[in-house]
Design a protein around this ligand. Structure first.
Ligand code: ATP
Ligand code: MG
Length: 394
């Protein structure tokens, strides 16, 4: 075996009595994520998850990437194994040092003994290993305060591990430890980012998308599924619900004041989403709204939209600027897909002068002109459901 991957978990270590539950969930998540990349031995040892390949057929880099995207992992590193014996550790350090310190001018060694029966203390291990590194790499110096690279040696129950630079993990909490929520996913930039932020807090997402066929196309729907496929990298398989709002939009056009189309449609979306959320046991809704971004996102409009539902609505982008949302969209890899030019049901019938400060009173008057309950039920009867997986699983 060339190396193992060591994962440190973050916040979940704070969870007192629930700790075992959080840790076991993370273990399960990691095992599931690794499936496409070969056979692995995944186990917990002290406060670390160790991922070891079982044979040569394992895709180490693929697995490393999957671990890096797993919520609940605060940092990770590649760790090279050695026998739990001081001479063996020194020999392995001599082999590894040139690669671990390739660009470094200064280093320090940090040793930890989880196994206190190991006959050397941590400072002794550090000093022996540091001596070997200085012998092998002629151009590096020790700097204990601000080293370019920290070489870590961990003497664990079964073996010793030697590792170099530790990378930041995805952070957050293991998915499912905070229940389920339903993400309203459009084809835009904001909602995938909002979903990612909530998923990162340990919430498993299901997705609902509203289409307006034939005004919106099959390709527009495919684009949204592509976004869900990217979210599946973080969330695991996504249960994807498609609901048609064509009949609702046609009823609104026929009966209501054009200036209210958007806000009325948003209220229908919320009602339908709440019904689906309840059926699917999702405890909250998630949207990509941000204060003031468009007419339907003024405080007045948000308040009128929100008034239709009685479960919590999470809007994690609410205080972000568009530029900040775009930055996040790039980081999570949804941006390129989001900007593909396909129509969305919200853009099919856009009022020329949308109401930016709708009052509930006026909105309710408009709603009296259509049969809200029947339209919601008809829309719900168009719901289709499918599972969307990350492409490596397909
Ligand atoms: P986004 O970039 O996410 O599309 P937006 O800035 O375009 O957001 P709106 O069109 O007002 O804003 O939509 C606000 C939110 O409503 C979206 O972030 C999304 O959560 C939800 N939403 C809008 N259109 C749809 C749709 N067709 N299907 C599902 N959810 C939608
Ligand atoms: Mg949009």
């Amino acid at each position: 075996m060339d190396y193992a991957i060591l994962l440190k978990f973050g916040e979940i270590t704070l969870k007192g009595a629930n700790r075992a539950y959080f840790e076991n969930t993370l273990l399960r998540q990691v095992r599931y994520r690794l499936k496409p990349y070969g056979k692995w031995n995944v186990y917990k040892s002290q406060s670390t998850i160790c991922v070891e390949p079982e044979d040569d057929g394992c895709d180490m880099e693929g697995a490393y990437g999957a671990c890096k995207r797993t919520f609940g992992v605060i940092s990770l590193c590649r760790a090279y194994e050695a026998e739990k014996d001081m001479e063996a550790v020194k020999k392995r350090i001599a082999e590894l040092a040139p690669a671990l310190l390739s660009d470094a001018r200064t280093f320090k060694v940090e040793a930890r003994r989880a196994d206190k029966s190991f006959p050397y203390t941590s400072p002794e291990i550090s000093s022996e290993a540091g001596g070997v590194i200085l012998d092998v790499c002629k151009n590096v110096k020790v700097d204990v305060h601000d080293p370019d690279v920290t070489v870590r040696i961990e003497i664990r129950d079964e073996k010793a591990f030697i590792s170099g630079a530790r990378e930041k993990g995805a952070g957050g909490m293991p998915v499912t430890t905070n229940g389920k929520a339903l993400l309203l996913l459009s084809g835009g930039i904001d909602s995938p980012v909002a979903g990612h932020m909530i998923c990162r807090r340990g919430v498993k997402l299901e997705v609902i998308h509203f289409e307006s066929f034939p005004y919106t196309s099959e390709r527009a729907l495919e684009k949204v599924k592509d976004l869900a496929r990217i979210l599946a990298r973080y969330n695991g398989a996504v249960c994807f619900h498609t609901v048609s709002v064509t009949e609702i939009q046609e009823a609104l056009i026929k009966n209501c004041d054009e200036d209210y189309f958007t806000i009325l449609l948003r209220r229908f979306m919320m009602r339908i989403s709440e019904a689906v959320a309840r059926e699917r046991e999702c405890a909250a809704l998630v949207t990509g709204e941000s204060v003031g971004q468009v007419a339907s996102q003024t405080i007045q409009a948000l308040s009128v939209t929100n008034g239709t539902v009685s479960i919590p609505v999470f809007r994690p982008c609410i205080g972000l600027d568009k530029e900040e949302i775009i930055q996040r969209a790039r980081e999570i890899d949804t941006f390129e897909t989001s900007v593909l030019p396909f129509e969305d049901c919200c853009t099919v019938f856009t009022p020329r002068h949308p109401k930016t400060k709708p009052t509930l009173e006026n909105v309710l008057k408009e709603e009296e002109r259509v049969n809200v309950e029947a339209l919601v039920n008809d829309a719900l009867s168009t719901r289709r459901q499918e599972w969307i997986r990350e492409s490596v699983y397909e």
